[in-house]
Ligand binder design. Sequence first.
Ligand code: PRP
Ligand code: URA
Length: 209
Amino acid sequence: MANVIILDHPLIKHKVAIMRNKTTGTKEFKEVAKEIAMLMCYEATRNLSVEDVEVETPITTTTCQMLSGRKLAIVPILRAGLGMVDGMLALIPSAKTGHIGLYRDEETLEPVEYYCKMPSDISERDVFVVDPMLATGGSACDAIKLIKARGAKNIKFMCLIAAPEGIKKLTETHPDVDIYCAALDSHLNENGYIVPGLGDAGDRIFGTK
Ligand code: PRP
Ligand code: URA
């Protein structure tokens, strides 16, 4: 069964409060999304394997540990997932980035795919799928299905705000995928928006409303 990890560090809580506030403008919203993604990345990479390496310091030679070279990929779900990529790359700069374009049909709330471009060796990589919002879970489930169809096996999903409905759907559909979120909210409203949520993440990141 999937693990659901809620990253309720005080710094993350503080920054989520800024994102929820409707008076927070596009510039700050984008900056804070990046900062939260960086903090979440620190936790979501906790289990990466390391190996011993000999290092010569200015004083002596010593044994240190470095990442053992497992290849990583970050896959944002367009558009809003783009707002989490730079924060992730700040900590894991050698990761490759794939992109999946999905939007929710406003009537049916079903995801509609319009773009998919993955690193050619995605099947060999540990994949972090990122999207600020896990609402009905339709977009995350479809994105992960597309990535699995290309052979990737070790996948984690990272979001800022999750609804219980999305957690249920994602854990049932992809029980092998661990979910990291900064906050677990109350429910979805009649329009499929997360309550209390932060509104439309894509519009707030890109200033399109
Ligand atoms: C938002 C969000 C997720 C999706 C979540 O994207 O960024 O991708 O909705 O909803 P779900 O869990 O019910 O599928 P949206 O469809 O608004 O597209 P956009 O990022 O292009 O604005
Ligand atoms: N997508 C968003 O951007 N916000 C929500 O609350 C739900 C889906």
